[in-house]
Design a protein around this ligand. Structure first.
Ligand code: HEM
Length: 162
């Protein structure tokens, strides 16, 4: 009986030493400080340089649309100042900036305009060229263009349900 107790004690001791010595192979993940998680990355708004950059992008976009000539006719009767302000607000909110969008929902703002897929693509094309010219590249350019592409169904007349 006494021999068994000694044996059990010895086994417990060996196990405790093995664990303390790092022989444990269970999966305890190591923290990896060098890889920030996506949630910790600054907002798109911050990464592109904030509100001043967005205002400049929208100014160049509206000027570019006029010069490009493919969709400028849609904007002929619109108040350029209001569109610039609201589009800047919209982009600010969409890129997680500290703004409030004061315009109509996009499907309402574009209701009744026969905007087609080609018109929408022309808008995105001019926008992409503005980003290129302003030196917005890589991940930030892709994310900004995606913000517009995700809004296609609210803008394009033919993709709306009757
Ligand atoms: C994702 C792409 C687009 C976004 C995010 C966008 C956003 C906006 C915003 C925020 C406004 C102002 C709404 C308000 O004042 O309440 C607006 C107005 C307007 N948009 Fe767009 N737009 C897009 C695409 C287009 C396209 C492709 C066209 C035409 C080809 C277009 C034509 C117009 C016009 C004419 C107005 C003025 C409407 C009015 O004065 O009542 N938009 N847009």
């Amino acid at each position: 009986m006494r021999a068994r107790a000694v044996l059990a004690l010895a086994l417990a001791l060996v196990l405790a030493l093995a664990l303390a010595g790092g022989c444990w192979t269970g999966s305890v993940p190591e923290p990896r400080a060098a890889e920030p998680r996506i949630a910790e990355r600054p907002s798109l708004y911050v990464r592109i340089g904030g509100g001043g950059e967005l205002e400049a992008i929208v100014d160049e976009l509206m000027d570019g649309i006029e010069a490009d000539g493919r969709i400028d006719m849609y904007f002929m009767n619109a108040d350029g100042g209001t569109i610039r302000r609201r589009l800047t607000e919209w982009l600010c909110v969409a890129s997680r900036g500290p703004c409030r969008y004061t315009g109509k929902p996009l499907h309402e703002a574009h209701a009744g305009m026969p905007i087609g897929d080609l018109d929408f693509d022309a808008f995105v094309d001019v926008f992409t060229r503005v980003l290129h010219r302003r030196g917005i590249r890589g991940r930030e350019r892709i994310e900004l263009v995606l913000l517009l592409r995700r809004a296609r169904a609210d803008v394009v007349e033919t993709s709306r349900s009757p």
